[in-house]
Design a protein around this ligand. Structure first.
Ligand code: TGC
Ligand code: FAD
Length: 393
């Protein structure tokens, strides 16, 4: 029986036929770059707990930052399917590499594009797209994670500037960021967004240590001690939690794609190993219990690919709701985490080493299932959609 499943690209339902030539060119370009630039160094970066900063400029040149930003602001004006495909391919390399691009794209460039003034767009969008500067996004606080509406970081109006005080925690890109998109409450308790330059007096970004997950990604705090922010750095119109949560919709959409990339990488490695490794005189891939793991992984990846294709089409048409995106983020990340664990077992003892990617993906995906809304919060979002009754509080 001829197999429709190619190495390095499980595509059991020929989803490829649904993509345009442009989508395929973008995918091959990013996949090729990941194979050349990320895979050879990533285990070492992970072990050393360091983000490979030298890749940032290359990522900009490759077009991984702000692919959907329109040409008038210096972006390539690609569709949302392309954005998803880019995130998928980056996460085949590592969730930390995808995280860096997710934050730069969906949490920094996206709000600038949607909520920024013309001056803010002209000043910040081009260097962010090129990778000349790095951005981060401060929403979560030490005591306010799933419930960002209770944040306490706040600012006071001082005429031509505001004074910002408070702290954010678990911030991707924190200590390497040149600019931070920060969400804080005004004197009336209304959440507003602003761009804070990292060289502002009173701004610091201490690193978070001791992570077992996303070790090739920068995570830290943002501390604001009477930081003066010029009034022209505030997003003028957007008010309330709707602002940051709209950015999360874009990031969660990309994560839903990215997780499938991590799952594919684990799947590919396991299929290859199952054909090479022999026990009892036969390849372990000939044993039914190993085939069960591989067959289930392929099935789940295929279902996720179909979900993504439909979600990408809906997002292109402006019809993907927050609840649809939430379901895909939850489903695909949980799927990828299960697959990383199951595929690791195909390798026996070898699977716990850094000769293979499963343990790294598995550990990374523990962050991915937590950030951008925990698995539980996404269950509640779907539950609220189904019943009409929000059960968060
Ligand atoms: P709730 O009362 O439901 O809503 C408040 C206002 O927000 C609007 N809204 C949304 N708008 C756009 N998109 C969404 N997804 C929205 N969800 C709600 C809503 O319509 C309302 O608007 P308005 O105008 O009527 O005021 O809010 P709630 O306080 O009950 O909270 C709801 C909940 C729990 C779903 C939400 O707060 C939530 O999603 N919590 C999870 C927090 C989270 O995801 N944090 C992520 C931080 S960033 C991050 O993790 C980056 S990781 C990056 C990386 O490395 O890749
Ligand atoms: P908590 O909200 O304290 O939740 C603890 C537990 O309680 C979870 O199991 C949760 O599901 C559960 N829970 C909470 N509320 C409910 C409820 N109503 N019903 C049922 N169960 C509930 N944030 C940013 O702003 N910017 C970033 O760049 C960023 N990057 C991150 C990078 C990493 C590596 C990590 C790990 C996190 C990052 N985050 C970032 C923060 C992330 O979004 C939060 O960790 C996440 O939203 C959960 O908040 P918490 O950790 O405070 O958990």
């Amino acid at each position: 029986m001829a197999s429709t499943v190619q190495y390095d690209a499980p595509d059991h339902y020929l989803v490829d036929e649904l993509f345009t030539d442009e989508h395929k060119i973008i995918r091959e370009a990013v996949r090729d770059w990941v194979n050349r630039a990320v895979k050879p160094i990533i285990e070492d970066q992970f072990e050393r707990n360091e983000f490979p900063r030298h890749l940032i400029k290359e990522m900009g040149e490759l077009g991984t930052f702000g692919p959907f930003i329109p040409e008038q602001y210096g972006g390539p004006g690609m569709d949302f399917m392309s954005y998803g495909i880019i995130m998928q391919e980056l996460e085949r390399g590592d969730s930390g590499i995808r995280s860096m691009a997710s934050v730069q794209t969906s949490l920094v460039l996206y709000p600038l594009w949607k909520f920024g003034t013309e001056e803010q767009k002209q000043k910040y969008i081009p260097p962010l797209i090129n990778g000349d500067i790095v951005g981060c996004f401060g929403l979560t606080e030490p005591n306010h994670g799933s419930d960002p509406g209770s944040m306490v970081t706040h600012f006071e109006d001082k005429g031509d500037h505001v004074v910002l005080n408070g702290a954010k925690m678990w911030i991707t890109n924190s200590s390497i960021a040149d600019v931070a998109v920060v969400w804080a409450k005004d004197e009336q308790g209304i959440i507003r967004g602003m761009i804070v330059d990292a060289d502002s007096e009173g701004y610091s970004a201490p690193l978070t240590h001791g992570k077992y997950s996303l070790r090739a990604s920068v995570t830290g705090e943002l501390v604001f001690d009477n930081v003066k922010v010029p009034k022209e750095n505030l997003f003028p119109e957007v008010k309330g939690l709707r602002g940051p949560l709209s950015c999360l919709n874009s990031a969660r959409y990309g994560i839903a794609w990215g997780a499938v990339g991590a799952a594919m990488d684990c799947y590919d490695a396991a299929v290859r190993y199952s054909k090479e490794r022999k026990q009892f005189g036969k390849p372990i891939g000939s044993f039914q219990l190993q085939q069960k793991k591989i067959a289930e992984a392929l099935t789940e990846i295929t279902k996720a690919q179909l979900l993504l294709w439909r979600l990408g089409s809906l997002r292109n048409d402006g019809k993907a709701t927050a609840a649809m995106i939430s379901m895909a983020k939850r489903n695909n990340v949980a799927m990828a985490l299960d697959i990383a664990r199951e595929m690791r077992q195909v390798f026996g003892a070898m699977g716990i080493t850094n000769d293979f990617p499963m343990m790294r993906h598995m550990m990374n995906l523990e962050s991915v299932i937590t950030y951008e809304g925990t698995h539980d919060i996404h269950l509640l979002i779907t539950g609220a959609e189904a019943t009409g009754i929000p059960a968060f509080k």
